[in-house]
Design a protein around this ligand. Sequence first.
Ligand code: FUB
Ligand code: ZN
Length: 620
Amino acid sequence: MIHSTFHKFTFLLMALVISINVSGKKRINNDFSQKNNPINFSQVKIDDNFWLPRLKTHAAVTLPACIDQCENKTQRIKNFAIAAGMEQGTFKGFVYDDSDLYKMIEGASYSLMNNANPELERNLDSIIAKIAAAQRPDGYLMTYFELGDLTQRWTNMDKHEMYCCGHLIEAGIAFYNATGKRSLLDVAIKYANHIDQTFGPGKRIWVPGHEEIELALVKLYRVTDDERYLRLSHWLLEQRGHNNGTWNQADRDYYQDLVPVKDLKKISGHAVRSMYLFTGMADYSSTTKDTTYIRALDRLWDNVIHAKMYITGGIGSSRENEGFSEDYDLPNEEAYCETCASVGMVFWNQRMNMLKGDGKYVDILERSMYNGALAGISLSGDRFFYVNPLESKGDHHRKAWYGTACCPSQISRFLPSIGSYIYATSPDKTVWINLYIGSETKIKLENNLIALKQETKYPWNGEVTIYIKPEQTQKFNFKLRVPEWCKKYTVAVNGKVIHAKVNLQYLLISRKWKKGDKITFNMDMPVEVIAADSRVKADVGKRAIQRGPLVYCMEQVDNPDIDHAELNASTTFNIQEEKNLLGSVVTINARTGNKTYQFIPYYAWDNRQPGKMKVWVDYK
Ligand code: FUB
Ligand code: ZN
């Protein structure tokens, strides 16, 4: 939790106009409208100093490494081949291993959308053929049970059957969007139909132990227009909180099963499961305009942001439940902060911004993306963190893979899709610019097509230029997000400084735009010294350093005297562009008395020789 006087507490004062629809079942708020709609990354070409090299490394190194792990170093693909009768053997791995392969395919498909790669596509075709061949005639597909005791399927709600189906759906949709091929989508639909025929009103009850299918079913509804999937998603969301799980009473909290989801008050239990649940709830809300879940989402958001989130955007401090503990319990060295949970924060906060159109959600999205999530992968692209502590004695390092490999496959599907978080539109002829990433896109606003080009050196400085080329000269609006960290900025149109109103952290620029117009947005990006909320015991008497969206840390390799590092009110800070360090970074030098300490971006730690690391530094 970070202490900030700039947080706006947006209390939900929505006038609820509730009506009953024809079926009498849905609570629809006719006044409710989604505030913006993101432009999908497939429409965005990233051409950015910071992100483009990472996307290239993803395609050249990360994806091949993930495929190699699934194909050769572990049995993730072979499990399907055996289940299909194409190979001999027995199941090896964990119950949820199928999901890693699905996430790998999803990431590979996104990569194909960014850059065609016929060889990769052929490889995916052959993997998908094995997956399809492993599917049971009734649609069921889970190698753990198919190669084990099939009579035990659908008996234990924590065995990830629906979780795997959710990832299969996401992968099927991604591959379809990338190639136009229905091969994996049809498999996913068949599995979803099997689930729909087995569970639901008047059928069997099921409470998915690990959420994921809820958000995936909404996606499937959007692709197929088949309302069955939307209804099933809603029904599954509604199953929670009635003590119908196959787990112990004591574990209901871990599974977000203590109360019905609309009544959730505080965030608790498993962090990744929570993120997927809230993303699913938000997706259901925006798709149906049903506002039932929105108050709960607001409460949960306030709780996590103000009492359970690290400065890195990492969440889930406890190793014991891979999740949340008490408010303000945010230890640094013991921090769990699973990479998947930070990516989950990106997913959920994007959905919250779609619902509310408030830049405070993008602040969190950006914090999690540039810090908690990005630390999850090495600069070389082939080593991954599962756990992301904020302090280390020098014994915590990224690994090539994990037995439970959710994080490598997560980061691999996330990176190629970051283009989806930059731009959005709304029907009031507004283009929203959420993230500052060098990129080009073409946006359709009513009958106009607007070409945009964004140039910036973000996150290293706050200068952004947006070149605008509408097909027709027309009046429309831009909303530029003013990040929470930015306290001073100038904005100019065609070189002339303008004074624009800010609402919910968006600068509104409304005018007639013509080809050749440009917006220059200059955000001051000073070094900030951050104090934690005084209730966070681990950070009492300490400060952290942040600049722009990046949280910084100290490593022993730069600071042999790291144990005695100290900041105080007289510490002076200098920034330095270091092109040859850690893939090109801006470092921060802190001078306290006659001692100088060097800080590097947190995401870049553990990429050199092992040693101690800390984010929170003594402050006297
Ligand atoms: O259970 C599947 C995944 O493994 C979860 O999302 C992670 O937290 C890890 O427990
Ligand atoms: Zn994970």
